[in-house]
Design a binder for this molecule. Structure first.
Ligand SMILES: [Zn+2]
Length: 248
């Protein structure tokens, strides 16, 4: 498992929970044993695969966030490229992206990292279809909007309030739908000690294992994840680690 990460992601670029001091450090200190790779910033052409030039200009003028957001998209592009070669990869990046639509954003997001990464693979015809599993607490309206009219990408956000139902629903989705790659919007804010108060750390390992199982079965192992939410620094690192160990 390769993890895409850059020290710049530790910089506090905004006053929101995703940008808080110590959040990325909480993840990185748990990643002993994983190979860490630095991303390059995305290009403007990457952003424009999913966003309008008006939205790009808005983020450019937003302040300190822009450079970090471009690097985050670059991280997702890198993870997707590696995942597409059949080996699991994860982008430990921020700001998150799943609340970013073509022409707007909210919820601590600016550019839609996972949507841009998949659009790049589609654009280059490296894949013909993709599944997006978004297990963040919140519905990724940006990702759903971007792919709404695109039958090549199926977005899924399980919302069950019962742990076992949630895990069963993840499994059923990946079992029923086939695609060339599985992309995961990995938000950890549904943990029992985070905002959603539902899943255990071991559940994230289970979800990672389900992703691996169906990627190997249906898409030559092609799978990658990108970080979305997760706000309790005391448990975030172990949750990311459990998910990565499951998916590896
Ligand atoms: Zn969330």
């Amino acid at each position: 498992m390769k993890v895409v990460y850059h020290q710049r992601f530790t910089q506090v670029y905004e006053n929101d929970p995703a940008a808080e001091a110590g959040r990325m450090e909480a993840i990185i200190k748990e990643l002993d044993g994983f190979e860490v790779i630095e991303p390059q910033s995305a290009g403007l052409d990457d952003i424009l695969l999913c966003h309008t030039s008006v939205h790009l200009n808005y983020v450019q003028k937003y302040g300190s966030v822009y450079e970090t957001a471009m690097l985050a998209v670059g991280g997702a592009l890198k993870a997707a490229e590696m995942g597409n070669q059949g080996k699991a990869a994860f982008a430990a990046i921020r700001p998150p992206g799943h609340h970013a639509s073509a022409d707007s954003c909210w919820g601590f997001c600016f550019f839609n990292n996972i949507a841009i990464a998949l659009s790049r693979l589609l654009e280059e015809k490296k894949i013909g279809s993709a599944l997006v599993l978004d297990f963040d607490l919140h519905f990724g309206d940006g990702t759903a909007n971007i792919f709404k009219a695109n039958p090549a990408v199926t977005y899924f956000h399980p919302e069950d309030g019962n742990r076992q139902d949630f895990l069963d629903h993840v499994k059923r989705f990946l079992d029923e739908k086939k695609s060339d790659i599985i992309a995961v919007s990995a938000g950890f804010d549904r943990h029992i000690d985070d905002w959603g108060r539902l899943l255990t750390t071991e559940d994230y390992r289970t979800i990672g294992g389900i992703v691996k199982e169906y990627a190997l079965k249906n898409c030559n192992g092609r799978r990658f994840g990108v970080l979305e939410g997760g706000y309790n620094h005391l448990v975030l690192g172990q949750n990311v680690r459990a998910f990565l160990e499951g998916m590896d």
